[in-house]
Design a protein around this ligand. Structure first.
Ligand SMILES: [Zn+2]
Ligand SMILES: [Zn+2]
Length: 352
């Protein structure tokens, strides 16, 4: 098999030749047809993640060795399987759930691989969708996209379930109560579509860019707030008509995002944090107690979440994210475009 792989942190990806895996046991080998390009791929390419408070997580400390093919928003065609892989046939097109756990711990047995502490994620610890082939350890990691465009379906494996997982942490709530979304980039706009698909009506989007705020309105946000306003909390409450029960932060880069949202929370309110841009927040703990506030992290989602997102898309309720298809041989250009903020919608590498 061939793979566009990270060979050294920050250096251009190189097309390398690797032995094509032979599926054993319950494993399934797929030829990758589509792979979305995610901001995490850019962090992976640079070799580190900014955790905030001066802490850096290096990918080599996560057990990653190079060269490694990134890419975790994968759709592929089944080309071979081990003798114990049931319920799947050669030629089937499947979304590959990439956040694979150890398979043995309680979390994995409950189908919550994203909560496993020994993850073997595709595109991180194992070769991902920038390669010509990937291996799923078991058919339970494969989800049928049905009639959903495979380029769009690929994005559900990360951005789709990330947004779904976050939105589900603030729902159910009355559909006309405001939900505040900080950031109107790819995830923020997907969250608007997801909330609407789930029947929610009052959505306030916060962003520092006028073009992003317009995109949020075009995607169905009820109101927008300038994230560069002098008092963002006050602006959020003005747009919401008071304090709010739910804020989801897709940015988390400095004091203006999570803190501004947190200060807008009503008693019993919840801040869900999704963005990993290295921000930090100071909590007055008595206030957290007296006002019964919650701050909750949200990381990707489960295989069941992926099935539910596909079902929402299949029902026509979930508006598809705009995707731009690129040949897989433009993997380097795709990462650079994403890094420079020049990508509109999701970039998807296609190798058909
Ligand atoms: Zn991702
Ligand atoms: Zn596990």
């Amino acid at each position: 098999m061939k793979a566009w792989a990270v060979v050294a942190a920050g250096k251009p990806l190189e097309l390398i030749e690797l032995p094509t895996p032979e599926p054993k046991g319950s494993e399934v080998l797929l030829a990758v047809t589509h792979c979305g390009v995610c901001h995490s791929d850019v962090h992976f390419w640079h070799g580190s993640y900014n955790l905030g408070a001066g802490k850096i997580l290096r990918i080599r400390d996560r057990g990653v060795t190079l060269p490694r093919a990134p890419g975790h928003e994968i759709v592929g065609r089944v080309v071979a399987m081990g003798p114990d892989a049931a319920g799947i046939s050669v030629g089937d097109i499947r979304i590959v759930y990439p956040w694979i756990g150890c398979g043995a711990c309680d979390r994995c047995r409950e189908g919550q691989d994203n909560m496993c502490t020994e993850q073997r994620s595709l595109g991180v610890v194992q070769h991902g969708g920038f390669g010509s082939h990937v291996v799923a350890p078991h058919p339970r990691y494969l989800v049928d996209p049905g009639t959903v465009d495979p380029a769009v379906a690929a994005t559900y494996a990360c951005s789709g379930i990330t947004v779904y997982g976050a939105v589900r942490k603030v729902l159910p709530m009355p559909p006309d109560d405001p939900v505040v979304l900080i950031g109107a980039g790819g995830l923020g706009l997907s969250a608007i579509a997801m909330l609407k698909a789930l029947g929610h009506r009052n959505i306030i989007s916060v962003d520092i860019g006028a073009d992003k705020r317009q995109a949020a309105l075009d995607s169905g946000a009820t109101a927008v707030v300038d994230g560069a306003a002098e008092d963002v909390t006050r602006a959020i409450m003005a747009a919401a008509g008071g304090q709010v029960k739910a804020v989801i932060d897709f940015v988390n880069n400095d004091d203006n995002t999570a803190s501004s949202g947190f200060r807008a929370l009503a008693k019993g309110g919840k801040l869900v944090v999704v963005g990993v841009s290295g921000g930090q927040i100071t909590l007055a703990l008595s206030e957290v107690v007296l006002r019964c506030l919650t701050v909750e992290g949200s990381l990707t989602g489960t295989q069941q979440d992926l099935r539910e997102v596909v079902a929402l898309a299949q029902s026509g309720k979930l508006k598809p994210l705009p995707v731009t298809r690129l040949p897989k041989d433009e993997a380097n250009q795709a990462l650079t475009r994403l890094e420079q903020g020049k990508a509109t919608g999701r970039l998807v590498l296609v190798s058909e």
